[in-house]
Design a protein around this ligand. Structure first.
Ligand code: SAH
Length: 355
């Protein structure tokens, strides 16, 4: 694989342009072109010989939309192909107040949560900062957005991968996507979701990029959490809460807990009550999700009624909580399911990409 030009900051592009013997203002044209989501070969205000020189060293299109699945509610899911042929997935969701894109940070994942399809084949590799940025740039362009008038207004790091397990690249992406003069998505419109890698949560709090911190809790009890999230063997819930408090202290932003309801695991009334006593009085919000059943995993979701009952206990206990609406339900797939389905259909020549 060649290098990824989108890995470079605006300042680094200036140095590069100078090193290549080009006039300084070319860096601005190059940066603008990249931020519009253009391929190097399509940035027509740059002289052709310069573009050709760049193409000897850099990927023309580091991230391509390989397939798009559209739902009637406006949701689109994508399979992105990276320059080395690896596949990651993404989602674009339209809301009244703007559009949210969900991005992947790793090919696969090594966290191996019991309910998640992303970890099925383990971690293949980290995405670079520029590759994650390209996911956003190409989807923004696809929807007619420009850096000046964005189609992607909000970003969630909730695709495949554990963002804090790919820390440097994730932070590089956050710097690139929030940079003034670029696509400049505000940090307050970005949510980073982690399974709770405590030391990196502290590091993130100190970066000065006040994104919304979301933690996948999925249980109020350490022993039970270990059953579904191996990472719980490394960090306790108490340690996670302490790191969340530090994040709040540094950024002033309240944090969010994701809680995917799994029948017979974490969805009883007793769990809801324990969650209330754990979280009451904290500057947090709880996002309940009904499990998206993954066919390789023997875990079942709860009914809508049960989910609302669980929500009711949280609300009555004084927590701020919501049940996430099911979007794009007919195109299925959560966290790695599209990619897992694609890989399977490649090997078994099935045409089915979702269950
Ligand atoms: N690695 C990050 C991002 C993961 S995806 C993290 O762990 O937070 C975003 C959310 O979806 C996480 O809360 C994850 O636990 C949850 N999730 C993964 N697979 C799911 C499934 N099949 N059904 C419901 N939620 C799921």
């Amino acid at each position: 694989m060649k290098e990824i030009l989108q890995d470079l900051s605006r300042a680094q592009l200036e140095t590069l342009v100078e090193q290549m013997g080009e006039k300084k203002f070319r860096a601005g044209q190059l940066y603008k072109g990249l931020m519009r989501g253009s391929r190097i070969s399509d940035i027509s205000d740059l002289p052709k010989p310069f573009r050709e020189k760049l193409l000897l060293r850099f990927e023309d299109e580091p991230v391509k939309i390989l397939e798009t699945f559209s739902a009637s509610d406006g949701t689109e899911k994508y399979l992105f192909e990276l320059a080395d042929g690896n596949i990651v997935e993404g989602v674009f969701m339209t809301y009244k107040y703007g559009n949210t894109q969900c991005v992947s940070t790793q090919v696969g994942c090594r966290m191996n949560c019991a309910f998640c399809a992303s970890g099925l084949g383990g971690l293949v590799r980290n995405l670079t900062a520029g590759e994650i940025l390209c996911e956003v740039l190409c989807v923004n362009a696809r929807h007619g957005g420009t850096p000046e008038k964005r189609a992607v207004t909000n970003i969630v790091l909730m695709g495949s991968g554990e963002p804090l397990d790919n820390y440097e690249n994730t932070v590089g992406f956050l710097r690139g996507v929030t940079a003034e003069g670029g696509i400049a998505v505000s940090a307050r419109n970005i949510s980073l979701s982690t399974c709770g890698l405590v030391p990196k949560m502290y590091d993130l709090a100190d970066e000065g990029i006040p994104v919304n911190l979301t933690v996948s809790l999925h249980s109020p009890d350490d022993a039970e959490r270990k059953r579904i999230m191996p990472v719980a063997n490394a960090y306790s819930i108490a340690e996670i809460l302490k790191a969340c408090d530090y994040y709040f202290e540094k950024t002033g932003r309240r944090y969010i807990f994701e809680y995917s309801l799994i029948a017979g695991e974490n969805a009883d009334r007793a769990h809801a009550e324990k969650l209330v006593s754990l979280l009451r009085g904290r500057p947090c919000h709880v996002n309940l999700i009904r499990l998206n059943e993954v066919k390789e995993k023997a875990l079942a979701g709860v009914s809508e009624k049960e989910a609302y009952r669980f929500l009711g206990v949280l609300e009555k206990g004084g927590l701020s909580a919501t049940l996430r609406r099911q979007i794009g339900a007919e195109i299925g797939g959560a966290c790695g399911q599209l990619r897992a389905g694609y890989k399977k259909s490649e090997t078994s020549s099935e045409n089915q990409v979702q269950n």
